[in-house]
Design a protein around this ligand. Sequence first.
Ligand SMILES: N=c1c2ncn([C@@H]3O[C@H](COP(=O)(O)OP(=O)(O)OP(=O)(O)O)[C@@H](O)[C@H]3O)c2ncn1[C@@H]1O[C@H](COP(=O)(O)O)[C@@H](O)[C@H]1O
Length: 105
Amino acid sequence: MGVRTANVQDGDMGETLASLAQTIHGRWDHDPAESYTARLLNGEEDELLKKLAEEASEVIMACKDDDHDHIRYEAGDLVYHLLVTLERYGVTLPELAGELNARMR
Ligand SMILES: N=c1c2ncn([C@@H]3O[C@H](COP(=O)(O)OP(=O)(O)OP(=O)(O)O)[C@@H](O)[C@H]3O)c2ncn1[C@@H]1O[C@H](COP(=O)(O)O)[C@@H](O)[C@H]1O
């Protein structure tokens, strides 16, 4: 497990996701030796997809422990890896929002 983030404050999810997605989008041409995101975007497809599955499992394990802070921490890893996955496969956040909006009833 990595170092848990200290002193986390609430934020605006829409703004945060948009900002993180923009950062990830800008990482395509960064040096993979210096940017983990660039490595996931340009590296072996399975490296990213395995990581996505691993992060989902870590959320599940944190839920089984009923550990609030750990769930939040692992959810952060999962959402980051999901955003990298969406970027790699060309699905934008507005498109995802449209998908979710279309299901609202
Ligand atoms: N939000 C993230 C982010 N979340 C997680 N990670 C990385 O994802 C990896 C998670 O892998 P692991 O689960 O194995 O690591 P771990 O957290 O030590 O282990 P667990 O606790 O999950 O078991 C770590 O290397 C983290 O650093 C992230 N790497 C980058 N970002 C964002 O992406 C931006 C660009 O970063 P670069 O990738 O450096 O360009 C950064 O400014 C951040 O905003």
